[in-house]
Design a protein around this ligand. Structure first.
Ligand SMILES: NC(=O)c1ccc[n+]([C@@H]2O[C@H](COP(=O)([O-])OP(=O)(O)OC[C@H]3O[C@@H](n4cnc5c(N)ncnc54)[C@H](O)[C@@H]3O)[C@@H](O)[C@H]2O)c1
Length: 379
């Protein structure tokens, strides 16, 4: 039996992406995999069934057979409880599992002895870069956030000299200059805004400046391990707050992207800072799902505070599903190579450090320690 991969249609409300796109399928078929796609799986990302069929996939309607018949089921979002019910022991599922928010699903995967890999747990090592779904989707989110800012702001982004007078450029502030933040900076710059960026990692300063934006300097360096930030001390947080408050008060658009892995997102923009902003200003909080960088953010909706709108979108990549899916699919293509034996069957050797780090459940056990602890604590 060749290594078989199944691609279901995403069922999470608002999810428009698809895990594999037609582009990657011919390479998989040539490598000896069989690929089965649920009818309509790519439709909301503009990938039609015909394109999958032409690429060499089999398009099917029967979800039970789709889930139960493959070595590996690939998804964007974690499988639902119903979907997990269609899986059997030893099958593999790969997705963005968000384990801390999906403990019930992790427990069911464990109990059904399904092998699951959480793409957000991939180690950030050079070899895993081609599989790094967090980076590819953050690129999409950062771009989209800048466009939302430009669309919602009551001002032009660029400077204009016209017969109707001179227009001053908008001021855009990006808090958190990781993958999403740098993309938001680059996009806002291309649209002609005056852009400022801030990050606790000093290394980000060079990257911000190389994009032509100004970097807000705080005399600390909070670079942690693996390219991520560490949490700040209380005194550092005070200094940061004063500097951020001034910059927020002057901005027309603020895009926040700050995260500390495994923790609630840092609170950077307090209520008083929001009320200090000019009416009509816009805040886009990309950390909405992990607690928000802005005190007044409400995940999933836009709130209006005295004319300042705070956008709490939780899935911006789904607003650009064609390219978000294309990048996701390329990431998965690279990841799946680790799960195939030279004989083109499902590998059961998960000693590669990339697999070890991202393995969530196997043989009735939860292998990711924080998730195991959360389950044990009934949290
Ligand atoms: N394979 C690799 O080597 C690899 C892969 C991806 C990213 N990285 C590195 O890691 C960096 C961060 O990645 P990410 O964007 O996914 O991170 P992330 O989404 O975890 O965080 C976003 C940004 O928020 C910043 N941040 C955290 N607390 C903050 C605070 N209080 N104030 C301001 N900013 C704060 C972080 O420093 C980070 O730059 C990247 O820029 C890159 O250099 C390396």
């Amino acid at each position: 039996m060749p290594f078989s991969v199944a691609v279901p249609k995403e069922v999470t409300p608002g999810e428009t992406r698809v895990a594999l796109t037609p582009e990657v399928i011919p390479r998989m078929v040539r490598a000896g995999y069989s690929v089965t796609v649920e009818q309509g799986a790519g439709i909301s990302a503009a990938y039609l069934d015909d394109a999958y069929a032409k690429a060499g996939a089999t398009v099917v309607t029967d979800r039970t057979a789709l889930f139960g018949g493959a070595d590996v089921v690939v998804k964007v979002q974690a499988p639902t409880l119903d979907e997990i019910g269609l899986l059997h022991a030893g099958q593999v599922v790969v997705a963005l599992m968000a384990p801390h928010r999906n403990l019930d699903k992790v427990a069911k995967l464990r109990d059904q002895k399904v092998t699951s890999f959480a793409l957000e747990l991939l180690p950030r090592i050079t070899r895993a870069q081609s599989m790094d779904v967090l980076s590819s989707q953050a690129t999409v989110a950062g771009y989209r956030a800048a466009l939302i800012g430009a669309y919602m702001a009551p001002k032009f982004f660029p400077m204009l000299t016209t017969a109707a007078g001179t227009i001053r450029p908008a001021r855009v502030l990006i808090l958190g200059a990781g993958v999403a933040g740098l993309m938001a900076i680059a996009t806002s710059k291309r649209l002609g805004a005056i852009v400022e960026g801030y990050d606790v990692r000093r290394a980000a300063g060079e990257q911000v400046r190389s994009l032509g934006a100004r970097f807000l300097e705080l005399q600390i360096n909070a670079e942690g391990t693996g390219g991520y930030a560490r949490e700040l001390t209380d005194d550092e947080k005070k200094q940061e707050a004063a500097m951020v408050a001034k910059a927020v008060g002057e901005a027309d658009v603020v895009i926040t992207t700050a995260n500390v892995p495994g923790r609630k997102a840092p609170l950077l923009v307090r209520k008083e800072m929001v009320t200090s902003m000019r009416s009509g200003s816009v805040i886009i909080d990309l950390a909405a799902e992990s607690g928000g960088n802005v005190e007044l953010t409400q995940p999933g909706i836009t709130v209006d505070v005295n004319g300042v709108r705070i956008v709490g979108s939780t899935n911006l990549p789904a607003q650009l599903p064609f390219h978000a899916s294309q990048m996701f699919a390329k990431n998965l293509e690279a990841f799946l190579k680790l799960l195939v034996t030279p004989e083109k069957t499902l590998s059961t050797d998960y000693t590669d450090e990339i697999l070890t780090a991202s393995l969530l459940t196997r043989n009735g056990e939860v292998l990711h320690a924080p998730t195991r602890d959360a389950l044990a604590g009934g949290k």
